[in-house]
Design a protein around this ligand. Structure first.
Ligand SMILES: C[S@@+](CC[C@H](N)C(=O)[O-])C[C@H]1O[C@@H](n2cnc3c(N)ncnc32)[C@H](O)[C@@H]1O
Length: 324
């Protein structure tokens, strides 16, 4: 199994899992956790504080209160198994703020002066696993099908709108941008824009820099490295031609979507898994509405749903097309 960069996230065997390399089904539930964590490039044991070593107390009621807030704000369902992770991530914050316990932290979240803290809490508790050309079949599909049609459509308004709706640290939208350029996009002829959004302001800031370490860039196929200004240490920064296609904005998928124009292509990958069925269904409805007729929706590998929406038809592995 390939090592995967994990941005301080806890991979739960039942949640987001590395996609099988060739579509084979791997039962991650059967992999012992320590092996799983190591395979994922993440030493889970270092992040989790055992109850014995805890400096702060986190009662069941306090934990429930944090889960309820995260659910209400972002739609993310944190199960009981996330308690150690939540403790570990937020206890760092308690120390920084000089708070004695989680009780005062919850009071802070409720207070007018604690509104900025809500953003910090969400930034700390989202899972941001991503990589360049993750689920490469989506990029192959986009190049051979969606972009071929969009870029060759003589009747189109010569504009192309793409939305990467949970873009994390940017590897997904930069991969989309490079695929566009690789497909022969001439920005002087086609007004192409990729909107990249996420709820987490920290990852968005990182994404906007377009700077990636050697380890992260190793996920980028060699023929795409020329889109980066490479440094001697193997790190790189996306070139202006790539950056100019991208706009980064904070957007909570549960909130309002202020975009006026509809999209040719929407990527919503590996985020629906954190939501309950009702929220997922509501979001798919909204994505359908945000797509142009015959637009494409790309979902994550564990988010495929047969009969995902009556207005969508399957167009490839976890790719759907708006019927009209
Ligand atoms: C696992 S990453 C997926 C990144 C990328 N789409 C991919 O597949 O590689 C999930 C992202 O969803 C974001 N997210 C979680 N809840 C969200 C919400 N309610 N609105 C917008 N983004 C959200 C997280 O901040 C995180 O960056």
């Amino acid at each position: 199994m390939e090592a995967i960069r994990v941005d301080g996230c806890l991979l739960e065997p039942t949640e987001e899992v590395p996609e099988p390399p060739s579509g084979d089904q791997i039962n991650f539930a059967k992999i012992p956790l320590c092996i799983f964590a190591t395979c994922a490039g993440f030493d889970r044991m270092t992040e989790l504080a055992t109850p014995k070593s805890r400096a702060f107390s986190l009662s069941a009621a306090e934990y429930r209160s944090i889960c309820d807030r995260v659910y209400a704000l972002a739609g993310i369902k944190l199960g009981d198994q996330k308690q150690d992770l939540v403790y570990s991530r937020l206890s760092k914050r308690l120390r920084t703020l000089g708070l004695e316990n989680f009780g005062p932290y919850l009071n802070l979240l409720d207070s007018p002066e604690g509104q900025g803290e809500v953003e910090f809490m969400l930034n700390a508790l989202t899972t941001n696993l991503t990589s360049f050309f993750r689920e490469v079949h989506h990029f192959d599909h986009m190049k051979s099908t969606a972009l071929k049609e969009c870029l060759n459509d003589k009747n189109s308004d010569r504009s192309l709108r793409i939305w990467s709706s949970a873009c994390s640290t940017g590897e997904e939208p930069y991969s989309i941008a490079m695929t566009l350029l690789e497909s022969g996009l001439d920005p002087r002829r086609v007004d192409a824009r990729i909107l990249a959004t996420d709820i987490n302001t920290d990852v968005l800031e990182q994404a906007s820099y377009g700077q990636y370490s050697q380890a992260i860039l190793s996920k980028c196929p060699p023929n795409y490295r020329s889109y980066f200004q490479m440094a001697p240490d193997g790190s790189g920064e996306a070139k202006a031609a790539v950056k100019s296609l991208l706009r980064f904005k904070q957007l909570n998928l549960l909130g309002s979507w202020p975009m006026k124009r509809k999209f040719d292509i929407i990527f919503c990958r590996n985020v629906l898994i954190y939501f309950d069925n009702e929220t997922k269904a509501r979001l798919v409805d909204r994505f359908v509405d945000a797509l142009k007729p015959r637009g494409w929706l790309y979902l994550g590998h564990s988010e495929s749903a047969s009969g995902v929406h009556p207005a969508l038809e399957p167009s490839g592995r976890t790719v759907y097309r708006k019927i009209s």
